[in-house]
Design a protein around this ligand. Structure first.
Ligand code: 6MZ
Length: 407
């Protein structure tokens, strides 16, 4: 029954939100600053990836089978091959809502089927198309560069596959990087392709490279070095993510300090579980933004507010993972009322079956935000993007023109 109640926590406010309001949320330009690539995959693509991976025939699946069923099939096969312990993941896959630790088991399964160059490029392309279709005008997509020796994949070639995916988008104009250099990398990775298929829509896409909390200091450093190298090619910052019950802050600190010295903005998953020592160390580090901030004690809450560190808020994710009991007790309200900088985000559109418009609609019905407030919230996010240069001005112009249309 708890699963049903949790679903109701997310669905009930959304049902209260009139369909016309949801349509309005979709029509509004939006900025997405906290979206994990492998958490945002289309269900249909997970099916395709699993089928390719397992080389099983289509007829064993019914047309409306869900992500859970496919993952279940995958897990069963992997269990038979000895790649995973099937009994460990079986109950995780069969649920539609997963507690926080279970979500990370789900990610491990997703990674098994997506971590090859072709699939990485494909999911990137589709994720951008999906955000563009939801009228996201600026997307900071984050992903963890991964080494996969069995696929001859290095962290660098992983990111190149992500960039390839971005360049292959042709249903919408994509701005990947304002300041391209004409060096060897630029020649072999020209973004001219991005000018193809210019439609009425345009999306600015920038990348954050994530450090997973399971990684070593050396692996984290390699990610930061890669980000420094690709600064002119769309990479605008660093993220620290992964299972918050795993890893130590001091392991990542050298790499994060190096990133800071190199001028790379940093966002940290902070306070997704209670961990007062780490939360304080993270706030003292003065990141440019933090994600979640669910489990801060009073002193840290005061510090966060005094430092005015912007918070990436992921309502559906927090509720579905049971990090927060329900929308009405979410800390959104406590930040929103005193005007603390915050940005509504999706976290993982695929894993949590949400969209940025749905997050706005949820905030609207749970906290009584009108259209004017929602528009202001979306517009304010421009101030917290990591991209520099003209992007900020372009986005302000987009919101100014939408203001006339929508208000
Ligand atoms: C912390 C999360 C997360 O990097 O493989 N990730 N980390 N908290 C969350 N809240 C639920 N949701 C996703 O995308 C998947 C990875 O993003 C991180 C996890 O490390 C996950 O493995 P990429 O593209």
């Amino acid at each position: 029954f708890t699963g049903i109640f949790k679903e109701v926590d997310v669905l009930f406010p959304l049902l209260c939100c009139k369909w016309r309001d949801m349509e309005w949320c979709v029509s509004m330009p939006k900025i997405e600053l906290h979206a994990h690539l492998n958490g945002s995959i289309r269900d249909s693509t997970l099916l395709y990836a699993e089928l390719s991976n397992l080389a099983v025939s289509f007829h064993s699946f019914s047309a409306n089978t869900t992500e859970s069923t496919f993952s279940w099939e995958l897990a069963r096969e992997l269990g038979e091959k000895g790649s995973i312990v099937f009994s460990d993941v079986e109950h995780v896959i069969l649920k539609s809502d997963r507690a926080l630790n279970e979500v990370f088991k789900m990610f491990d399964l997703i990674h098994i089927i997506t971590t090859d160059h072709k699939t990485v490029a494909r999911i990137t392309k589709e994720v951008i198309e999906d955000f563009a279709a939801d009228n996201v005008v600026y997307l900071e997509l984050r992903t963890t560069p991964k080494r996969n020796d069995s696929k001859a994949m290095s962290k660098r070639s992983y990111v190149e596959a992500v960039l390839e995916g971005i360049r292959s988008v042709n249903s919408v104009e994509v701005d990947l990087s304002g300041e391209l250099k004409t060096d060897a990398f630029a020649h072999s990775h020209s973004v001219d392709g991005l000018r193809n298929g210019i439609g009425s829509k345009k999306i600015y896409v920038r990348l954050l490279l994530s450090i997973d909390r399971r990684e070593t200091t050396e692996a984290a450093m390699e990610t930061v070095e890669l980000a420094v190298e690709l600064k002119d090619f769309g990479v605008v910052g660093i993220d620290l993510c992964g299972n918050p019950n795993v890893g130590q802050w001091l392991t990542f600190l050298p790499a994060l300090e190096f990133a800071k010295k190199q001028g790379l903005p940093i966002t940290l998953h902070c306070g997704e579980v209670p961990n007062p020592v780490e939360i304080r160390a993270m706030l003292d580090f003065l990141p440019k933004r933090i994600g979640h901030a669910c489990c801060l004690e009073d002193e840290d809450w005061k510090l966060l507010k005094r430092l005015e560190i912007p918070v990436e808020i992921c309502l559906t994710s927090n509720i579905k993972t049971e990090t927060i009991a329900s929308a009405d007790v979410h800390h959104f309200a406590d930040l929103y009322k005193p005007n603390h900088p915050l940005i509504l985000c999706t976290d993982d559109t695929g894993v949590f079956s949400t969209s940025l418009s749905a997050e706005y609609a949820l905030a609207s019905s749970a906290f009584g935000l009108g259209k004017r407030e929602m528009f202001q919230l979306a517009q304010k996010a421009v101030d917290f993007i990591f991209a520099s240069g003209r992007v900020n001005e372009d986005l302000k112009a987009i919101f100014a023109s939408a203001h006339t249309r929508l208000n």
